[in-house]
Design a protein around this ligand. Structure first.
Ligand code: BES
Ligand code: ZN
Ligand code: ZN
Length: 495
């Protein structure tokens, strides 16, 4: 999608649709005079009482003799109670109407509002549009042409300054990273294998000169003694991979953020097989990996002057004659031995090797992992917040702040020593599961055992936020949301 700016309504070019924003119960727009010939149409519509300006309200009109066939009145809600998120949602509603009208080019008037900083407002509007302008239809055959989605291609913003347009374009680049992540999650698990994720990483390195990809194959993983990754992989006929994708936006700085993403391309549960009703969405168990790749795509597209490395341990958690076994003990990259209490707690195992490897080899200033790690976090926080666990208060605070700004909200949970009791093993150094109580916390405490000492680390459990099983939420479509990408970009920008 291409964003552009025009100086005023009078100077606008032709498009399929023009959208004018209205606050709730606002009688006539402030800029009414500037509306020119549109004013009459607008006044008639407003005086009809059919449009109230409620947040997300959309009224389509068909004006006579304008530069566009359609005029949309867009409701913004109460001005006093506005927020960046409300602006995202309002412009999302506009985009959905545009998509159902199958229009490709629109002219958009942004609202005048002192309550929100102009750069952030333009970014939020652009995000509302770009994030909703998405469909995953690769697996449909379109026998019925009517249902084929037509997405927006061109958006002209009236009155955007150079800086505002730049903010909008940066938001669009970030949204590309989100769409990239969503597509990886939405595709078949039989398509998105560990090998495929490695190829995606290499493709990013080819596309951007500041990105370098290294992909360890099974042989190299064996040589590195990533024994937990190998254990989880045993039941699968697809080899594992270990991906390191480096983006150097500021080569002179030593500051370096490592983003680790859980890449279980399908989670059957292993020998502790998941029952019906719990397995059907498990192609989404690589959402952490998708977010990490999406972050690299986005930072590279934006050209952010920060150093970021994505680290992705990836395998299927399958079931077969060679499957790893509950009750058995396996080694790890760090050397600690792990008793397998449950083969369905596989994410923490592959992440343990990745966190230990990154701690030892990559000199991270900070490490942040994204993982669809526990069902327990879905019970605790639902679909509207990711779980945050961290060994560092400053890092946690920065992530919470980035979460509030992007509305990819995170909620912190404690890592009290006492919970560790549950991970004690009679036969090994540690066990991979505790009891049912505090399941998300014991999972995080397990990970912490593999994080290098003194490295600020945060774990984001995105099991509830990465995949919407039932229905779309505003600009997040049903199924993959691409959560984590916008959060990390905001976090990195604010560093
Ligand atoms: N991938 C799942 C977690 C999950 C659940 C993600 C629901 C998305 C939606 C993970 O590997 C898992 O199975 N965790 C187990 C851990 C348990 C065996 C300790 C769980 O949460 O039940
Ligand atoms: Zn599992
Ligand atoms: Zn899993």
């Amino acid at each position: 999608m291409k964003f552009s700016a025009v100086a005023s309504l009078a100077k606008r070019g032709k498009s399929d649709l023009i959208a004018l924003p209205f606050w709730k119960e606002e009688k006539g727009v402030k800029a009414a005079a500037a509306l020119g010939t549109l004013k009459e149409e607008v006044d008639l519509a407003l005086s009809s009482g059919d449009f109230h300006g409620k947040l997300g309200e959309v009224l389509t009109l068909y004006p006579n003799g304008e530069a566009e066939k359609r005029l949309v009145l867009l409701g913004l809600g109460e001005k006093k109670e506005t927020s960046l998120e409300k602006m995202r949602r309002a412009y999302c509603a506009l985009t959905k109407r545009c998509n159902s009208l199958k229009v490709e080019s629109i002219t958009v008037l942004p609202p005048e509002v002192k309550e929100l900083p102009s750069g952030e407002l333009s970014a939020a509007i652009a995000e509302g549009i770009a994030l909703s302008n998405y469909r995953f239809e690769e697996l449909k055959t379109f026998k019925d042409k009517e249902t084929h989605a037509v997405l927006l291609k061109k958006v002209a913003f009236v009155g955007f300054s150079k800086k505002e347009l730049a903010e909008a374009n940066s938001a669009a680049a970030c949204s590309e990273g989100v769409h990239f992540a969503r597509n990886l999650v939405n595709r078949n698990a039989d398509t998105v294998t560990p090998k495929y994720l490695g190829e995606q990483a290499k493709a990013l390195a080819k596309k951007y000169s500041a990105v370098k990809a290294t992909v360890f194959d099974k042989k190299r993983i064996e040589k590195e003694k990533m024994e937990l990754l190998l254990a989880v992989n045993r039941g699968s006929s697809n080899d594992p991979a270990f991906i390191i994708l480096e983006y150097k936006g500021n080569p002179r700085s030593k500051d370096h953020t490592v983003v680790v993403g859980k890449g279980v391309t399908y989670d059957t549960g292993g020998l502790n097989l998941k029952p019906t009703g719990y397995m059907e969405t498990m192609k989404s168990d690589m959402s952490g990996a998708a977010a990490a790749l999406g972050v690299i795509e986005a930072v590279a597209a934006i050209g952010l002057k920060k150093n970021v490395t994505a680290v992705i341990p990836t395998t299927e958690n399958s079931i077969g004659g060679k499957s790893y076994k509950p009750g058995d003990v396996y080694g790890s990259y760090l050397g600690k031995t792990v008793e397998i209490g449950n083969t369905d707690a596989e994410g923490r195992l592959i992440l343990a090797d990745a966190l230990a490897y990154a701690s030892k080899k990559l000199k991270p200033t900070r490490m942040i992992d994204f993982a669809t790690l526990t069902g327990a976090i879905v019970i605790a926080l639902g679909e509207d917040a990711s779980g945050l666990m961290s060994n560092n208060d400053a890092l946690a605070k920065e992530l919470i702040h980035a979460g509030e700004k992007t509305y990819e909200r995170v909620w912190r949970m404690p890592l009290f020593e006492e919970y560790k009791e549950q991970l004690k093993s009679h036969v090994a150094d540690i066990k991979n599961v505790g009891g049912r109580a505090a399941g998300s916390i014991t999972a995080a405490l397990f990970l912490q055992e593999f994080v290098g000492e003194d490295i600020p680390w945060a774990h984001l459990d995105i099991a509830g936020t990465a995949f919407l099983d039932h229905k779309a939420k505003h600009y997040n479509p049903k199924h993959a949301t691409g959560v984590g990408v916008r959060l990390m970009i905001q976090f990195l920008k604010d560093l």
